[in-house]
Design a protein. Structure first.
Length: 127
């Protein structure tokens, strides 16, 4: 019985290999171009990098602004540091607004919840 099943599985696999469509030229070129980047990505998966939050970038921008203001004075180099701090601060502020734009969807037993009206007491009074 197992030999028959094993033979059928092998026949199916052979037929899939022989009847598999050949990838187009553009997909083969794309795969060849992406292959080195995939190799680098696989190498970096084992490395755990710390995650940076918008609050930490905001704090770094404020620190740069204060240090450039207090230490630098009116020199041209410190103006660039001040501009970098302002850029970091504004960028992190926009980043923090973007991250809170959509609340996560809630699930119950692997199905999304459809919350329509949370004021159940008003809905029951009307009836």
């Amino acid at each position: 019985m197992t030999n028959r099943i094993q033979r059928e599985v092998e026949e199916l696999l052979e037929s899939l290999e022989t009847n598999a469509p050949k990838p187009s030229l553009t997909s083969r070129i794309g795969d060849a171009v992406r292959a080195p980047f995939r190799a680098v990505g696989r190498g970096l998966r084992g490395i755990s990098l710390p995650s940076v939050t918008a609050g930490q970038v905001l704090l770094a921008g404020i620190v740069l602004i204060v240090v450039a203001w207090v230490v630098g004075g009116a020199s041209n180099e410190w103006r660039w540091v001040l501009a970098a701090g302002v850029f970091l601060f504004i960028g992190a502020f926009i980043w923090s607004l973007r991250r809170q734009s959509r609340p996560p969807e809630k699930y119950w037993r692997d199905k999304p919840l459809e919350i329509q009206d949370r004021r159940w007491w008003k809905r029951n009074k009307r009836q």
